[in-house]
Design a protein around this ligand. Structure first.
Ligand SMILES: Cc1cc2nc3c(=O)[nH]c(=O)nc-3n(C[C@H](O)[C@H](O)[C@H](O)COP(=O)(O)O)c2cc1C
Length: 349
């Protein structure tokens, strides 16, 4: 791959997500199928409620991480700086986009490291694809160790996302659908990485079968990144010349709520932490995700759109609205803390 391809692809992604209709067409994340049980006598004052909690060793204002999006091309430095400022001001987490571009070209480092400059005490998550990890491991475990350390150190990350994205690699015009060795690679990534490793999809979901494989590989943190929000198959299909041939794969994936329900008990029994993303669009979706067992939640596209349309102020306003709605749900489910909310009851419609 030549040097220009990767930055221009990352630019394409941000432009398409911000301007084109790249949502799922027939699948919703499933939050409309969950009804939280109302508690008429909560034994709480509204001001008693606290949304603060610990995520990867950092105290955050409420359990939200702006999902991994970008980096690796010139304009991405400004986007990541703005996102980091939003996270710093809101005291929530931020995942940067895939850091592959900064490994292949030093000039792109700052588009990622700017996040630590802006949010010196923030919760920051590094990001790299499993395919790049497999390639490094094929060079030897020492190469993988050095690769992971460079990525984590670049932003002094509190945790590392490894994205697993078979569908996206399959449909991406420049994609590399080569996943053989992925599980052995994950065993080694967990071994060499000095911060928690979080395996995530990119919006097609991690089902129960994959969860069991991840458990066996020693992975302790999984963001299900389910279907119903941004369709990455859709984004890549829009970048292809033969769209009509592959259009029927646009809506492939497991809805976020189905992923959570399928793996909740298993995760608990296995000492794993589940995280929810994919189609989270409100404080109500955040509350429902936590009730369904998520440790924390993430959203990508709505935050990017708010930032593009109204700058950091608009992104902060959106997140404040989500925080308020979460707090309201905590009151009417009788939950003084996020831990209380996790044991609130619900019906599955
Ligand atoms: C512009 C954009 C770029 C993204 N790039 C990455 C990436 O580099 N690595 C990754 O793991 N996920 C990436 N994602 C996926 C998101 O982290 C998230 O899993 C997915 O978009 C579903 O969340 P949503 O429905 O809230 O958008 C990207 C998402 C967006 C919107």
């Amino acid at each position: 791959m030549n040097d220009n391809t990767l930055p221009s692809r990352k630019r394409d992604h941000v432009e398409l997500v911000a301007t084109a209709d790249v949502g799922f067409r027939t699948i919703t994340p499933g939050f409309d199928r969950i009804r939280l049980d109302y508690v008429a006598l909560p034994e709480l004052n509204f001001e008693d409620i606290t949304t603060t909690c610990e995520v990867f060793g950092r105290q955050v204002q409420f359990p939200v991480v702006i999902a991994s999006m970008t980096g690796g091309y010139e304009e991405a430095t400004k986007i990541n700086a703005d996102l980091a400022a939003v996270c710093r001001d809101m005291n929530i987490g931020l995942g940067v986009g895939s850091m592959r571009a900064a490994i292949t070209d030093e000039r792109h480092r700052r588009s990622f490291s700017i996040t630590r400059e802006v949010a010196p005490n923030g919760l920051l998550l590094a990001n790299i694809g499993i395919v790049q990890c497999i390639e490094q491991r094929n060079l030897g475990k020492g190469a993988l160790r050095g690769f992971i350390a460079r990525i984590v150190d670049m932003i002094e990350a509190n945790a590392l996302y490894i994205h697993i994205n078979a569908l996206q690699e399959l449909l991406q015009p420049e994609g590399e659908p080569r996943f053989r060795g992925a599980l052995d690679t994950l065993v080694d990534v967990v071994d060499v990485c000095n911060v928690p490793v979080v395996v995530k999809e990119v919006g097609a979901g991690i089902g129960h079968r994959t969860m069991t494989q991840l458990r066996d590989a020693g992975v302790r943190h999984v963001d299900v990144a389910g279907a119903g929000g941004t369709s990455w198959a859709g984004v890549e299909i829009l970048r292809r010349d033969d769209r009509a041939d592959v259009e029927e794969l646009w809506d492939v994936g497991i809805p976020t709520v189905d992923c959570l329900i399928a793996s909740r008990q298993f995760a608990k029994d296995s000492g794993m932490h589940l995280y929810a993303s994919g189609g989270i669009r409100s404080g109500t979706d955040i509350a429902k995700s936590l009730v369904l067992g998520a440790t924390a939640t993430s959203a990508a596209r709505p935050v990017l759109k708010a930032l593009r349309e109204g700058g950091a102020e608009a992104a902060i306003a959106l997140l404040q609205q989500w925080e308020l709605r979460l707090r309201q749900w905590m009151f009417i489910t009788g939950s003084a803390t996020i831990d209380d909310l996790r044991s609130a009851s619900y019906s599955h419609l």
